[in-house]
Structure formats: structure tokens, C-alpha cells
Design a protein around this ligand. Structure first.
Ligand code: SAM
Length: 335
């Protein structure tokens, strides 16, 4: 009964993701970076119960994440290796982020489905960004998780899109500046402005201090509902528009419109929802947006076209990438 098995696996999916979260949070993969280790040693290093940590790792090993090499000894596998810190394509912070407030919020998702409202706010009594202002550890994990994800997407974005016509590129809500720095590294003639909330820029400035392109990168603090840096010839928004309902999304896009010079170039980097039954990670990301962000949603091509038009832009092309995201390119409709 293969279809029944598929359904059972889907029903139980959270069990695997929560075990991955615990392993990531405890830093198990980092403890195994030099080779296999005994569970008792891992339990002592992580201040956990010896029997329980063994059972956790045995369960993960059954799905290819860690491997038991001899009784009670575990080592990394290719999948577990991505749960280490500071490795290319690390997903450690992302696994931690999804296991904490995201997981609690998904536990409250019935609220969103019944009311259309935000499950996060219903659970925590404040929105996502207010929560981060009060919880710096969660905010740091979020920034790192975004860097994890964009680290994977950056390469595919650079491979898919030619940025060479751009002189000054403004990254709106650019977070840690991972994508912008990669673009500046690949294009030595581009100067960049990283724009984000003050607390995010404060954290990013330390991280960016040592990068090779720092002399071409300006950091600007602000609120994109009030003002964005003026004078850029291209404005990039990666994973920004999907956080907001149409009214707020249009308001952000209009701020970009007002700030850009000449015809302007707008690059909205998001998952574009494909029609009907086509599989897409974006369709569950959309549920995540419903639960986590007030008004947040993933959009189809025609929804993006309409949204951009309302903000004064004309969608010129959608460039798919090897990763989940596409680059939605637009220019000012009339100048
Ligand atoms: C989902 S993250 C995306 C970060 C980055 N663009 C990326 O793809 O990794 C959304 C970003 O929007 C920023 N943001 C949220 N509200 C903002 C506001 N009112 N003004 C400026 N930035 C804001 C957040 O601080 C965060 O860095």
C-alpha cells in the first residue's frame, strides 16, 4: 500500500523535523566534526540524558542523518554535515529557527485557518518583529537562518541573472547582506547599500566588517514604510514582499519607486507559485506566511503583476533559478 505509506510519512513528518531541531540546537554535528563519537561523551558535552540522546541519534540515523558506526558511536553523514556551523550551505540555524517559535506557531495554525489571522500574534501577543526586538537570541537565529537560506540561493541567483547594467544596488531588508555581498564580489563595478531595521544593521555591521567588498558597501538603518535610501538605480527585495499583505507590500514598493533614479530597476526575489497541482515548496511556505506574518502570502505570477502595477511598476520578466526562488524584474511603468 505505497500511497498509505506516503500519507503516514507525511502525517509523522514533524517527528523527524523536531529530532533534527534538537540535534542542531545541541550542536551534535559540530561535536562530530573530527570523527565518530560515543553517545555517553555526546551526552556529557550537551548536558543531556545518555539513553535519550542515543535514541534520538538512532532515530535520525534511520533516515540518513548521522550514522551509527559501532554500538553507541555516531558519525556525520553527508546530510548531517549540513547541520554543522560555519560550513558551506549550513542549515543549522534554519533547523533551529523552524524548531522554535515557528514550530510553536504551526501548532496554533488552526487559529489562522479558522480566522485568516496570524497564528504567531495570537500565540505570542505581538508580531514577529516586535518579538525579535525583545528576544535577541531568537533574532540572531533568524538572521543566521536567513543567511543559511540565501547562501543556498545566492549562487543560483548569480548564475541566472546578469547584474552588470547596475551601478548602485540597494538591498531593501537585506538582513545580513549575504546576497548583496555576493553580487558585489561578482561585479566589481557595483556599489551596494544594505538597508534594514536598526537592530539588524547593528548585528550585520560586525559580521560584514571583514568582507573584501566592505569599501563598496554602505549600511543604512531605517523603516521601509517611512523611507528607503534614495538614488539607487536598482532596488532588490529578497523575501520581503511575501511577508506582507497587498496594502503593505504596495506601500514598500511605492517607497522604492519614489527613491529610484530614472526608469529604475526593481528586482523582487521570491518563490512564484505555480498553477493548480504543480508541486512547489512555495505552497507550504505560503501556509508558513499565513501563520507567521500578518497578511503574509506567496503569490502567483498574475498576483505579482497586479501588485507591481498598483505600485507603478511594469513586470518585465520572471527569471527562474535553480533554487526555489525566481527573480521578478520590473521597471517604472511610466516616467
Ligand atoms: C525574511 S527577511 C529577508 C532578509 C534578506 N532579504 C534575505 O533574503 O535573506 C526580512 C527582512 O526584512 C527586514 N524588515 C522587516 N521590517 C522592516 C522595516 N519596516 N524596514 C526595514 N526592514 C525591515 C527584516 O529585518 C529582515 O531582515
Amino acid at each position: 500500500m505505497p500511497s498509505l505509506r506516503t500519507l503516514l510519512e507525511a502525517i509523522r513528518g514533524y517527528r523527524i523535523s523536531q529530532c533534527i531541531y534538537i540535534a542542531a540546537k545541541l550542536g551534535i554535528a559540530d561535536l562530530l566534526k573530527d570523527g565518530e563519537q560515543n553517545c555517553d561523551v555526546l551526552a556529557t558535552a550537551t548536558n543531556t540524558n545518555k539513553d535519550a540522546i542515543y535514541r534520538l541519534l538512532r532515530a535520525l540515523a534511520s533516515v540518513g542523518i548521522f550514522a551509527e558506526t559501532q554500538p553507541h558511536y555516531f558519525q556525520l553523514t553527508p546530510l548531517a554535515a549540513y547541520l554543522q556551523s560555519n560550513v558551506p550551505n549550513s542549515l543549522k540555524a534554519y533547523a533551529i529557527m523552524l524548531g522554535e517559535e515557528h514550530y510553536q506557531t504551526w501548532g496554533n495554525i488552526m487559529h489562522s485557518v479558522q480566522t485568516g489571522e496570524n497564528a504567531f500574534e495570537n500565540l505570542y501577543g505581538m508580531n514577529f518583529y516586535e518579538f525579535f526586538e525583545q528576544n535577541s537570541a531568537s533574532a540572531k537565529t533568524f538572521d543566521l537562518a536567513m543567511t543559511n537560506l540565501s547562501g543556498i540561493a545566492n549562487f543560483s541567483i548569480l548564475a541566472a541573472y546578469n547584474f552588470s547594467s547596475i551601478g548602485k544596488l540597494v538591498d531593501i531588508g537585506g538582513g545580513n547582506g549575504g546576497l548583496l555581498s555576493s553580487i558585489l564580489e561578482a561585479y566589481p563595478t557595483i556599489t551596494g547599500v544594505l538597508f534594514d531595521r536598526p537592530d539588524v544593521i547593528d548585528r550585520s555591521s560586525n559580521l560584514l566588517e571583514t568582507i573584501g567588498v566592505r569599501n563598496r558597501l554602505e549600511l543604512t538603518k531605517g523603516d521601509f514604510f517611512k523611507n528607503v535610501p534614495v538614488g539607487g538605480d536598482a532596488y532588490m527585495l529578497q523575501h520581503i514582499i511575501h511577508n506582507w499583505g497587498d496594502e503593505q507590500a504596495i506601500a514598500i514598493l511605492q517607497k522604492c519607486y519614489q527613491a529610484m533614479i530614472n526608469r529604475g530597476l526593481l528586482l523582487v526575489i521570491e518563490i512564484v507559485i505555480p498553477p493548480a497541482n504543480e508541486p512547489s515548496a512555495g505552497k507550504f511556505m505560503d501556509i508558513n506566511m499565513l501563520a507567521m506574518c500578518p497578511g503574509g502570502r506567496e503569490r502567483t505570477e498574475s498576483e505579482y503583476r497586479k501588485l507591481l502595477k498598483k505600485a507603478g511598476f511594469k513586470l518585465t520578466k520572471i527569471v527562474p533559478t535553480e533554487s526555489e526562488v525566481s527573480i521578478i524584474e520590473a521597471v517604472k511603468d511610466k516616467i
